[in-house]
Design a protein around this ligand. Structure first.
Ligand code: 13P
Length: 251
């Protein structure tokens, strides 16, 4: 049985006061004790703050991005060692916003994945199609290409502690959620691709759904066999909504 995971991707939101209030609410709520892993991914400059606020709780810490380089003259970049220094266990890689706005391609995402696994930070690899790709019936081709690029570069064994997030681009921040059936269909195919490489890893690996997950739709999404939790954007900035989503995952 896979333990569910709910990850809050705050994106470029929040400030010191807001984060104090939000994280204290979460730490003092049932989100900190549900039967699911709960992860917060704040902007990098607030990782230390969130790390100290969550230190006594079961809530885990993740980053939204990382450099594929180890250290050196890479102005503006943040290394895996720095993330680990601040207590990060996970890092989101290949989010569609990184791919579309910052030019990250499959190869760079694969390099980051390999570097994260080598450092012992668990990657949350994001895949997903645009609306145009879905309308042209290319959803699985796109998702398979994104996933296979990493499998080929890293090898399937490197997926042992990884997480995959299926985030249809058309559902991100739009209020348009994939139906539970649409999510399950793609998740099952992702697991099938993994199983072609290793049945054991495919069975164990958590596949999260992301894209307008909220307190009202989380339970029906998470009820699907291959949906092992969520990668939550907007709703993770509202304590009560995020708590409800964590409860749905732990139910
Ligand atoms: P929303 O939940 O705001 O749609 O964002 C989803 C997302 O991109 C999480 O990584």
């Amino acid at each position: 049985m896979r333990k569910a995971l709910v990850a809050g991707n705050w994106k470029m939101n929040g400030d010191t006061d807001f984060i104090n209030e939000l994280v204290n609410s979460l730490v003092n709520s049932s989100a900190a004790s549900v039967n699911a892993d709960v992860l917060l991914c704040p902007p990098a400059v607030y990782l230390a703050q969130v790390s100290s606020l969550t230190a006594e709780s079961a809530i885990q810490l993740g980053a939204q991005n990382v450099s594929e380089q180890a250290n050196g003259a890479f102005t503006g970049e943040i290394s895996l060692a720095m993330l680990q220094d601040l207590g990060c266990e996970y890092v989101i890689l290949g989010h569609s916003e990184r791919r579309s706005l910052y030019g990250e391609n499959d190869q760079l995402v694969a390099e980051k994945f390999v570097a994260a696994v080598a450092a012992g930070v668990k990657p949350i690899l994001c895949v997903g199609e645009t609306l145009e790709e879905r309308e042209q019936g290319e959803t699985m081709q796109v998702v398979a290409r994104q996933l296979n690029a990493v499998i080929e570069a890293a090898g399937i064994d490197k997926f042992a502690d990884a997480v995959i997030a299926y985030e249809p681009v058309w559902a991100i921040g739009t209020g348009k959620t994939a139906t539970p059936e649409q999510a399950q269909e793609v998740h099952a195919e992702i697991r099938q691709i993994l199983a072609q490489n290793s049945v054991e890893i495919a069975d164990k690996l958590r596949i999260l759904y992301g894209g307008s997950v909220n307190a009202a739709n989380a339970a029906e999404l998470f009820a699907n066999e291959d949906v092992d939790g969520g990668l939550v954007g907007g709703a993770s900035l509202k304590a009560n909504d995020f708590i409800a989503i964590c409860q749905a995952a732990g139910a």
